[in-house]
Design a protein around this ligand. Sequence first.
Ligand code: UDP
Ligand code: MG
Length: 319
Amino acid sequence: MDQLISIILPVFNEEAGIQTTIDTLLNYVEQQKERYELIFVDDGSKDRSIQIIEKSMNQYENIKLVKFSRNFGHQLAITAGLQYATGDAVVVMDADLQDPPEVIPKMIQKWHEGYDIVYGKRMQRDGETIFKKVTASAFYRIFKKMATIDMPLDTGDFRLMNRRAVNQLRKLHEQDPFVRGQVTWIGFKQTSVMYHRQERMAGETKYPLSKMIKLAVDGITSFSMKPLQLANIFSVVPIVSGIFSLGYLLISGTYSLASVGVTILLFTLGLLLLSVGILGSYLGRVLDQVNNRPRFIVSETEGFQERNIHHLHARQSQN
Ligand code: UDP
Ligand code: MG
C-alpha cells in the first residue's frame, strides 16, 4: 500500500492566493508516488476562501475542509488539523505557498531514513519586512536562553511528523498551544532540511504585531518558568541595599528616623519580592500540573518479551 501523506493548511482570509495554492499542490501531488490528502482548516475566514476551497473539492477527491466557527488562531488551526489527519505522515504548511511543496519529498526521504520529525529550517526569508526578521530572530534567541526545551533556531511550523509523533502531539491539551515548542518537547528523532522561505505569493500577512506578541508570550509561558522567578532576582537589589544601609547606620551611629525607616523599608521590600518569587515557584508547579502533559514519553522498550537465552547459556557451559 502506498503511504498516505496528510498536508495541513491553516487558512485565514486567503482568498487572494488560495486558488494558486490549490493548483500548485494538486499539480505537485499528481507527480508523487505517495497518496495525499489536503486538509484545509478554515480559521474563521470572512472572505471567499471557503467557497474557493469547496469548489476545488470537485476537482480532487482528497481535499478536506475543517471549518472553525470563528477565528481561533493559527496554532489551534494546526492543532485541529492534527486531529483530523489520517496520514502515515503529516506535513504542516502555510496556505500562502511560503513553504514550497518541493521540500516535502526531501522531508519524506528523511522520514524514510528513520526520523520521526523533519522540520524545515529557513536559510533565507524573502519578502518579509526587516522588522519581522529582526523580531523573529531576537525571539528565537531569547527563547533558546529561557526555555526548558532546545527548540531549533529559525524553524517555523513547516514540518513533517510521522504517525507516532502526531499521536503524541494529540495527547497535549494546552489551551493556547505553541505548536513548534510542543513538537520539540515530545522528543523522538528530529532533524531538519534547509529551505528557502519564499515571498508570500498573494495577500498580506495574517500575523499582525498583536498576534506575533501573543505567539511569543504563549511560547515563553508554555516552556519557561524563568519569568516566574524574576521576583527572586529582583529581590537582591533591595536586600543588598538594605544591608549597606544597615551597615552605614551601625558605623555612623546616627539613628535618624529617615535612615532607620529607609533600612526597614528596603528589607521589607526585599522580603516581599522574595515571597512573590516563592509564590512563583509554586505557581510554576501548578501550571505544570494544569498543563497536564504526559510526564514522559517512551519511544521504545526492549527486553520485555520472552527471550530464549537458556539455550545460549547451555551451549556456553558446554564449551
Ligand atoms: N492563519 C490562520 N489564522 C490566523 C492567522 C493566520 O489560520 O489567525 C494562517 C494563514 O492563513 C497562513 C498561516 O496561518 O496560512 C500563516 O500565516 P501568515 O502566512 O499570515 O504568517 P507569516 O507567514 O506572515 O508569518
Ligand atoms: Mg505565510
